[in-house]
Structure formats: structure tokens, C-alpha cells
Ligand binder design. Structure first.
Ligand code: NI
Length: 163
């Protein structure tokens, strides 16, 4: 496994549409392993392949339970609405408020090509939407409606330190 460099928003790669994965081979396994290692190293909750310079439809998400690997993910249904803070490893140091569906039903393939379905709510639902947007070349700041101020970020970090 190896850490990959995370691209930031000015890179053209982050604004392109990714291609489907068609080969479920050792190269894909290596990419998924590297993406998970890179995600943990950066203390993120989700990472999409274009963020490490690979224009393929691959996502890893870990909101605290275990890593979920999603290859060729598709959102099937959404419902409800949640309003909250989001960040992105490709937009370092910024947090914005974004409205997302509260429940998301999605399908994806695992690293062997087997399709599975996932029904998620809360943070995982938010994360699936955020990462799937990356695969279509979109950053969350395009749909965010307000940027958190330095003071708001500082008070959030203070709250985290107390936990
Ligand atoms: Ni992101």
C-alpha cells in the first residue's frame, strides 16, 4: 500500500467526468487499498479516485464503522433533507453548509465486481452524495450555500477537543 497525493480544487482532473471501471484486477485492488490508506492518513471520511488523479468511478467511505468500497456507484433513490457542514480533502481548510438528502439508496460493485445495495442515512448518506458528485466532476462548493467563518470553525474544533 502507498499514500497517494491528494489533488486540490484547481486541478483540471477534479472537474472531469470519470469512466466506469471495467477491469476488476490487481490494479483496482491496489487503487482501493491506496485510497483507504490515503483517506485515513488525511483523517477524512470519504475519498474519490479523481482526488488522487485517477479518472475512474471508485470511492471509499469510512464514517467510523468500517471502510465501504464502492466501484461504479449509482444513487437509486433519495428522500428527506439534511442541512449541515461539509468539508473536502481537495478543498483544505474550508467548511460549507450544504443541503443533502437524509436517506440515500445506492448500488455499487465491490472489488471483485459483485453488485450490492446500500441504504444509508445521516453522515454516510451525505458522504455518498459528495463522493458520487466527485465522479461527475463536481465539487461540493458548487452546491454549498454558506461558508463557515473562522470563528465557527474554531468553536467546532474546540468542541471536538473536549470529547
Ligand atoms: Ni470531496
Amino acid at each position: 500500500m502507498a499514500l497517494r497525493k491528494i489533488l486540490t480544487q484547481e486541478e483540471a482532473t477534479l472537474h472531469k467526468v470519470c469512466r466506469e471501471v471495467t477491469k476488476f484486477d490487481s490494479k483496482l485492488c491496489e487503487l482501493l487499498d491506496d485510497m483507504t490508506e490515503t483517506l485515513y492518513d488525511a483523517n477524512g471520511v470519504g475519498l474519490a479516485a479523481p482526488q488522487v488523479g485517477i479518472l475512474r468511478r471508485v470511492v471509499v467511505i469510512d464514517t467510523g464503522d468500517e471502510v465501504v468500497e464502492m466501484v461504479n456507484p449509482k444513487i437509486l433513490e433519495t428522500s428527506g433533507e439534511q442541512d449541515g457542514m461539509e468539508g473536502c480533502l481537495s478543498v483544505p481548510g474550508e467548511y460549507w453548509l450544504v443541503k443533502r438528502p437524509s436517506v440515500v439508496k445506492a448500488t455499487a460493485q465491490d472489488r471483485e465486481g459483485n453488485w450490492f445495495e446500500i441504504e444509508a442515512e445521516g453522515l454516510i448518506a451525505r458522504c455518498i452524495c459528495h463522493e458520487c458528485d466527485h465522479l461527475d466532476g463536481h465539487l461540493y462548493t458548487e452546491i454549498a450555500y454558506r461558508k463557515l467563518t473562522e470563528e465557527e470553525i474554531a468553536s467546532l474544533q474546540g468542541a471536538e477537543d473536549e470529547e
